[in-house]
Design a protein around this ligand. Structure first.
Ligand SMILES: *Cc1c(COP(=O)(O)O)cnc(C)c1O
Length: 382
């Protein structure tokens, strides 16, 4: 039989058929009333997704990193200092981006697997009054950690600095309140909670960031938020947008609206809980001390080759999970339960982990993890 594929990676994530079909629809031109209507609908849906009424959400043709770079070039000037919370690969990316543009960057280094102590942000802001922007990662996908964005936002509000949040694996997955928390700018991308193929990035910008956007003096052209804002007001985009992906986004937002954001958050929380308990039932240890609901990062047990483990699952069973990145390579594996996923996906993922561990010589009582997941998912109906 041809190999059947299962995607349990934290991006890309499975795409519902309605979304794929919307993407496959015949192309329309983007300088038309038809497209403007789609863009308007999408904009409304996106504002709801970010929980913002004050802000605007800009659509960028890129993966998530493009939106991160856009934040740097639109919000900083050459003489500014940026503060970056660095507790994994994605926090590091903020620092690399700031440095690539020659911005002086101070980092708060957080032990991998831990969330940042919000007080550390306060201490840094107190110490250096030149800090103009604070960059954080809501869910650090490389370690499976969730940071306390709400508390950090409360702190940053007391200082003349903007808060920019990488919410790429948070928006549409777990509670994220842009207006209520007063986050100035937040970004996400299509291939995570939005259940779409990669290729679109989104930047939600509250009016509090506009002044800085006007004055920022780093070089920018394709990523210029001013041009995007002006175009959006006219119902369009500055350049040719990823038309098909925007049509897919419309379909994805409809699916999200139908389920309802709160139910979506609740579903991810249940699936995450079931996954965490089942790997623990197999005798494994979680890597993240403050785990997020998007993925579960698990320490590879002694005696198992972590790299071979994920490779075996992919090659032998068609099951893709993620390994560790950089220093964590071979030391952890990461199972995603984000987006288009339900109870049976968790059963499949846990079953695959059992098989993979067994193949690697780790003692597994067949079905122990699966039974744990099943019990949780049966008891905890919603
Ligand atoms: C996926 C992801 C990104 C963006 O990565 P791209 O490959 O550029 O889409 C950024 N931050 C986090 C936390 C992510 O999970």
């Amino acid at each position: 039989m041809a190999k059947k594929h299962y995607l349990f990676t934290p991006g890309p994530t499975p795409v519902p058929p309605e979304v794929s079909l919307a993407e496959a629809a015949p192309l329309i031109h983007h300088r038309t009333p038809e497209f403007s209507k789609i863009l308007a609908d999408v904009s409304e849906g996106l504002k709801h997704l970010f929980q913002t009424e004050e802000g605007e959400v800009l659509t960028l043709t890129s993966s998530g990193t493009g939106a991160m770079e856009a934040c740097v070039v639109n919000l900083l000037s050459r003489k500014d200092t940026a503060l970056v919370v660095r507790g994994g690969k994605f926090g590091e990316r903020w620092a690399e981006l700031c440095r690539a543009y020659g911005v002086k960057t101070t980092c708060i280094d957080v032990e991998y697997g831990c969330a940042v102590e919000p007080e550390a942000v306060e201490t840094a802001l107190k110490k250096d009054k030149r800090i103009k922007a604070v960059f954080i990662t809501h869910c650090e996908t490389s370690t499976g950690v969730q940071n306390d964005t709400e508390t950090i936002a409360n702190i940053v509000r007391g200082y003349p600095a903007l808060l920019i949040v990488d919410a790429i694996t948070a928006v549409g997955v777990s509670p994220f309140f842009m207006d209520k928390w007063q986050v100035d700018v937040a970004v996400t991308s299509s291939q995570k909670g939005l259940m779409m193929p990669p290729g679109l990035a989104l930047a939600a910008v509250r009016p509090t960031a506009q002044d800085k956007i006007k004055k920022a003096d780093l070089p920018r052209y394709y990523w210029d938020f001013r041009a995007m804002h002006d175009a959006l007001k006219r119902g369009t985009t500055p350049f040719t947008p990823a038309i098909s992906l925007i049509m897919a986004l419309k379909a994805a937002l409809e699916i999200i609206k139908e389920e309802g954001l709160e139910d979506i958050w609740q579903r991810h929380s249940r699936l995450a809980h079931a996954t965490r308990e089942s790997v623990k039932a197999l005798g494994l240890e979680l890597f993240a001390r403050q785990p997020c609901d998007i993925l579960t990062a698990v320490k590879v047990p002694d005696g198992i080759d972590g790299v071979a483990f994920t490779k075996n699952l992919r090659d032998k069973y068609g099951v893709s999970i993620a390994g560790g990145q950089a220093e964590l390579k071979g030391k952890i594996f990461r199972v995603a339960h984000v987006g288009y996923m339900n109870d049976f996906d968790i059963i499949t993922a846990v079953s695959a982990i059992e098989k993979g561990l067994h193949d690697g010589g780790y003692p597994v009582e067949a079905g122990k993890g699966v039974a744990t997941a099943q019990r949780i998912l049966m008891d905890d109906k919603k």
